[in-house]
Design a protein around this ligand. Structure first.
Ligand code: SD4
Length: 321
């Protein structure tokens, strides 16, 4: 017997035909330029990116500038300044960026710099490497003129002190604990080029030294200008183990729509995790025609899309319904 879930997971075309409000937006081809990003704070970040795109700016500049809005906002508890710390009280940041030529830059376990995405961009532009971590990344950032500052806000410290009382580590507890909200952003510029960025303070109260998917090219972000781009949010360990964003771009190359490819990305995680109800991963993708799609394990995932006519938040279809 086919369960409802098997039906949803197995038949992308059929699901589209159901024509839910959630799906119909994502299947429409969009006009260039276009920017999409994860979660509610994507709205403000999209505005900054749009300022660049509307002046015929490059997608790579838009995605770098856009996510800096979330990085600098102390109310966003899982990105940059104001991010909740690891279990030893350190705010450690992961970030990556990728352009239309396949160039990439990344930093991991970076501390005390408000805009890790800008450091990742410098790694891409000014070094022969893709990724710098820890002390080397710190020295590089200082050499490039970035200033060190304390990123642990009073509010984030209070959350950490509260956590120390019970010390239970729950990677994803969306109803009680906003330990998520990485921002990943994809943009298509007027020249038809795609770029992406991702930046986070990672999962709150993680082990000191833990690095998630967000700085890993192919996991939280992948761009191939011939096909499209994909990005991720959620429990990074699951995204890394399935190389999620690379997988989604390759599935789009084989002809899947962005939504179908994101759904298959989620399905790979579900198959390996009998405990999938305790995990959230959300994928967001865009093809080179500007079609957008997303899919998540759990229902709370949203993304923001700005196409010049509107900047709106879309609820994403999930495996759990
Ligand atoms: C991580 N993927 O560090 C990040 C966390 C996240 O929305 O996306 N939160 O695993």
């Amino acid at each position: 017997m086919t369960t409802r879930r098997q039906f949803i997971m197995g038949t992308g075309a059929a699901l589209t035909a159901l024509g839910t409000g959630k799906m119909s937006f994502s299947q429409e081809p969009k006009k260039k330029p276009l920017v999409i990003s994860t979660w509610r704070h994507g709205l403000a970040s999209n505005e900054r990116a749009w300022d660049i795109l509307k002046q015929k700016g490059r997608a790579i500049d838009a995605v770098e500038a856009g996510v800096q809005v979330a990085e600098g906002d102390p109310k966003v508890s899982s990105v940059g300044y104001g991010g909740w710390p690891d279990r030893e009280g350190h705010v450690t940041l992961d970030s990556c960026i990728m352009d239309e030529k396949g160039n990439a830059g990344s930093v991991a376990f970076l501390q005390n710099f408000k805009h890790p995405i800008a450091v990742a961009r410098k790694v891409m532009d000014d070094t022969p490497h893709v990724m710098l971590v820890g002390e080397g990344a710190r020295r590089f950032a200082l050499a490039k003129g970035f200033k060190e500052e304390d990123l642990l806000t009073k509010e984030a410290r209070a959350e950490w002190e509260n956590w120390l009382k019970h010390q239970e580590y729950v990677p994803w507890a969306p109803t009680t604990n906003p330990t998520h909200d990485t921002i990943s952003m994809l943009a298509l510029d007027q020249a038809g080029d795609i770029s992406g960025s991702c930046t986070t303070s990672g999962l709150a109260f993680k082990m000191h030294g833990r690095v998630g998917d967000s700085p890993i090219i192919g996991a939280a972000l992948f761009v191939d200008n011939e096909v499209g781009a994909a990005c991720a949010t959620g429990v990074g360990e699951e995204v890394m183990k399935t190389v999620g964003s690379f997988l989604i771009v390759e599935l789009m190359r084989q002809g899947m729509s962005p939504t179908e490819a994101c759904r298959e990305g989620v399905r790979r995680i579900i198959r390996k995790n009998p405990n999938w109800q305790d995990l959230q991963v959300g994928y967001l993708a865009m093809d080179r025609q500007g079609r957008v799609g997303a899919f998540a394990i759990l229902p709370d995932f949203q993304y923001a899309v700005h196409d010049g006519k509107s900047n709106q938040l879309i609820d994403v279809e999930s495996y759990s319904g």
